[in-house]
Ligand binder design. Sequence first.
Ligand code: NAD
Ligand code: LMR
Length: 333
Amino acid sequence: MASMCTRVCSRALSTSAARGSKVAVLGAAGGIGQPMSLLLKQAPLVSQLNLYDIVNAPGVGADLSHINTNAKVMAFQGAEQLDEALQGMDIVLIPAGVPRKPGMTRDDLFNTNASIVKNLAEACARNCPNAILGIIANPVNSTVPITAEVFKKHGVYNPNKLFGVTTLDVVRANTFVSELKGFDAETTNVPVVGGHAGKTIVPLISQSNPKAEFDQETLDKLTHRIQFGGDEVVKAKDGAGSATLSMALAGAKWAISILKALKGEKGIVECSYVESTITDAAFFSTPIQFNKDGMEKNLGMPKGLTKFEEDLINAALPELQASIKKGVEFANK
Ligand code: NAD
Ligand code: LMR
């Protein structure tokens, strides 16, 4: 109910803000949610930013609402305010869920996060079935198929609008390759395909722009570092969680690409985890071209992969398929 919501509204909308998109962040008070919401509050293409969490949403909302940008901020807390948080949204980002501690795999988060994502997906299917969804909560390899099944049950599934956000893998690949080669980190682009967990993450270094060549030993180490970059952060944080700041940047980058596409900009491409026929895995990340309806075209596997990369893709498929199956079975049980 509107009157029950803890609302924190910034100043009246300017004309330019009114032309922007409405974005909801579910899990907005968390380690990713807060800095990602800060970045989105600064995005000129956002007209409304709805922040939802089960704790601390009003405080985060009040804080962000004092920033003099045009996005209107509203905060919603608790299950009874979830439906209202989602109504009219164009984009919903879901970083709600627990992060890893050292020694855990992303799949170890399944028992907790699968239910969280399933419940939030139910609410999205009820309240904003046409929104574009970006799933951040791990294990992404399973939480995206869970969301697809929930939307199917509600009769509102559109595979062009459901994405797993794998941008952090691309961000890491760009960083590590540019560091080794002395490239400009901000313009280096290395596609990463597959899924988002360990060896399901497949960097396509042969497709780097600018071109980057490495001897096999360096390539092995670089590939491993990109595949297990998340573990590097989990270990360094020593029990205090996983990547939050780099993920906030990656999530906002992905969302801003969607915002541009919604606005009609052409040729916007981000690697994203989608329902796919590119390999034998039912969900697979490849470069995706966006338009105002979400996925315009799956650009598929880049041409000219090396044998090393083809082997990495084949090695990724069994784990990826098992994670997808686990998600589908969970959603339908
Ligand atoms: P965090 O614990 O700091 O924050 C999670 C937030 O979710 C908390 O504020 C919590 O209150 C909220 N939450 C829990 N249950 C909720 C519910 N039912 N509805 C709404 N909000 C709820 O964790 P974090 O570091 O922000 O990480 C969040 C998730 O993102 C984890 O699952 C993590 O593994 C994942 N992650 C994914 C990527 C990626 O590349 N896709 C990168 C980093 C982290
Ligand atoms: C990452 O890649 O940093 C995230 O998926 C978080 C994690 O658990 O490693």
